[in-house]
Design a protein around this ligand. Structure first.
Ligand SMILES: Cc1cc2nc3c(=O)[nH]c(=O)nc-3n(C[C@H](O)[C@H](O)[C@H](O)COP(=O)(O)OP(=O)(O)OC[C@H]3O[C@@H](n4cnc5c(N)ncnc54)[C@H](O)[C@@H]3O)c2cc1C
Length: 589
């Protein structure tokens, strides 16, 4: 399980109150030889096998998708999370994230493979009986069979516990009879195995294994979608669909564990996939921008386009830092478990990083949106027509803010989970808030000065953490028992938490690079400047909502002291980065 450089185990959610060092975090620079090899194999498969077939995939020729999934299975790319005894490779989570990252050259194919390996397969890995694992996992690992996950319904998506699909045990106890409908099921058009959620007797939320071809299971027509058009998304109808009683997955009434624990993995894999999508998008933008002339010059020489290119590169750099830090931390936590640890223990360890997984999901999906938007803009009118991939990338990116928990739901999770842990005494957030409140009320110098090439940014990070604690304290004082009802404040606090983790991850990654890459330092500086602007904006939203009159004036005075800093020259840094990225024709460090 352990990666070569296993970082220290840092408890999930502690980033706001503790300071990590570069050695505490895993970065792409720490990949083992084996991980690098798998990344290369995946990237080669994406370039040579997937890319030439994108038009067929987008035309919904699912025989091509199935063929490519089988090929991916042959390369071992679908076996990473599956135990060896069931035909899997049982590799670490960084490896599975790397595959999601490097395969994401076609967003449609990326969704098909992720739905299969993640939400489709993991429920069987974690909750299957030995007989269920024996029966299904070898086929799912090889790509002979493809899986789908059917939770959502037309009347319940975010509100997943409110599903209406029902199951009842037959009088002889040999079968479950399922009735209901499911909506927006990825891979449904060609999947062989469905993880279907239904309530036994309308009450016990449970999961079932339903094979394609089971009488009573009907797959509806393909949805006509804005993006990821080459992925399959269909409704299901279950009409007296009888399955063997042995096809209950996990315990009756415990299906919510299956439904929600899997999502944490789905979220960091989604983040990893956005990295591949963003790199690809930036590459398209640069290639186009280098050959397109305007006013006698290639358009990439214009400062306003270079600013977009640098912003995209900084987004990818920070996204990489964030994703691999979080997944590396999960691997480190899992590495201390014995090999035969029960699945419930594995999930508990992963669940400890639920806040970080949601941060990855939200930030990376929004970073990709920025990058694809820059790419369309750099293409000008050509960005708006189907002839160039910029248009498809723009449409494809949108879904990432909707599935795997909408970004609103994930923002509520980020703040809500952290506060809950604080209340339960699992995270020393309240003493940290009290300390900052004392410090700001007693009025000493609040700024922590740091030195070195990223000294100013490290000071900003320290201020950002204090601002995060100060705003959390101010909000909890105003709403001691019902902050969760103030969604806009919860959302603004989530924005602060998100950017703190992003900023810290980018700075630590650049520090690891210290002396090796000026570019890494510049990318981290751009990230810190951008993150801090978001934090300032969110902090003002929080304080404006929780205080008024003299109290507001006092809090704003504290805020200004905490947020005070001199701007760096992001324009010069951005130009230098853009020139490097343009010369290399792609983002790479
Ligand atoms: C292409 C595609 C593929 C999908 N694949 C799958 C799949 O394989 N399996 C599967 O089970 N599902 C799948 N889904 C469904 C997806 O997970 C849901 O669409 C998603 O969870 C949102 O649910 P909803 O559509 O019902 O929207 P709603 O839950 O109705 O949300 C609508 C809006 O209200 C907001 N909202 C809802 N509740 C709250 C709240 N408490 N506070 C604040 N805002 C709130 C949401 O953020 C959103 O902006 C897929 C969807 C699509 C479009």
């Amino acid at each position: 399980m352990a990666t070569a450089t296993t970082p220290n185990v840092i408890p999930g959610g502690s980033f706001l109150i503790a300071n990590a060092s570069p050695d505490d975090i895993f970065t792409l620079e720490d990949l083992t030889e084996e991980q690098q090899e798998i990344a290369r194999t995946t990237a080669e498969f994406a370039e040579k096998s997937i890319l030439p077939r994108v038009a067929e995939i987008e035309a919904k020729d699912f025989s091509v998708t199935r063929e490519l999934l089988r090929e991916a299975g042959g390369l071992g790319l679908m076996a990473v999370d599956i135990p060896e005894q069931y035909g899997g490779l049982a590799l670490d989570k960084v490896t599975s994230a790397l595959i999601a990252d490097r395969i994401a050259i076609s967003a449609s194919f990326s969704v098909s493979i992720s739905a299969h390996t993640g939400i489709g397969t993991l429920p069987v890995v974690w909750y299957g009986t030995p007989a269920q694992k024996e029966k299904y996992l070898p086929k799912l690992a090889s790509g002979e069979w493809i899986a789908a996950y059917a939770l959502s319904e037309s009347s319940s998506g975010s509100d997943a516990m409110n599903i209406r699909a029902q199951a009842r045990l037959s009088p002889d106890g040999k079968q479950y009879i399922l009735n209901g409908e499911k909506m927006w099921i990825s891979n449904a058009g060609f999947a062989d195995l469905f993880i279907v959620f239904a309530k036994i007797d309308g009450e016990k939320f449970s999961a079932f294994l339903v094979e394609r071809g089971t009488p009573g299971l009907t797959i509806g027509a393909e949805e006509h979608k804005l993006g990821i058009r080459g992925s399959s998304t269909c409704p299901l109808v279950l009409s007296d669909c009888a399955i063997p009683a042995d096809n209950l997955l996990g315990e009756a009434g415990k299906g919510h564990h299956i439904a929600f624990n899997i999502l944490n993995i789905g979220r960091y894999k989604l983040g990893a996939a956005t990295l591949g999508g963003a790199r690809n998008s930036l590459r398209n933008a640069i290639r186009y921008g280098k050959q397109r002339m305007a006013f006698g010059k290639p358009i990439v020489s214009f400062g306003l386009l270079q600013e977009k290119i640098a912003d995209a590169a900084a987004g990818i750099f920070a996204g990489e830092a964030l994703v691999y830090r979080v997944v590396g931390a999960i691997d480190a936590a899992l590495s201390t478990l014995p090999a035969d640890a029960p699945a419930s223990e594995v999930q508990k360890r992963i669940e400890d990083y639920a806040v970080e997984c949601s941060i990855v999901k939200v930030w990376c999906s929004e970073m990709l949106e920025r990058v694809v938007d820059h790419t369309v803009q750099i293409h000008g009118g050509y960005g708006y027509v189907e002839e160039y991939p910029a248009e498809r990338g723009y449409r494809d990116a949108r879904i990432n803010r909707i599935f795997e928990g909408t970004n609103e739901i994930n923002r509520l999770i980020i703040t809500g989970f952290l506060l809950k842990r604080a209340m339960q005494g699992r995270l020393a957030l309240l003493p940290a808030i009290a300390k900052v409140m004392d410090e700001v009320m007693s009025g000493p110098t609040l700024r922590e000065e740091a030195t070195g090439p990223l000294g100013a940014e490290k000071s900003l990070l320290a201020s950002a953490k204090k601002l995060g604690l100060f705003c959390s304290g101010a909000a909890s004082q105003k709403y001691p028992t019902n902050l969760q009802d103030q969604q806009e404040i919860m959302g603004a606090l989530a924005d602060i938490l998100i950017e703190i983790l992003v900023m810290e991850s980018a700075l630590l990654r650049a520090e690891k690079f210290a002396g090796r890459s000026r570019t890494a330092i510049g990318l981290a500086q751009l990230t810190a400047a951008r993150s801090f602007r978001v934090i300032e904006n969110a902090a003002e939203r929080v304080l404006g909502a929780v205080a008024e009159g003299d109290m507001l004036r006092t809090q704003m005075a504290i805020y200004r002291r905490l947020a005070k800093h001199d701007p760096i020259n992001t324009i010069a840094i951005g130009r230098a980065i853009a020139e490097e990225v343009i010369a290399a024709e792609r983002y790479s460090l």
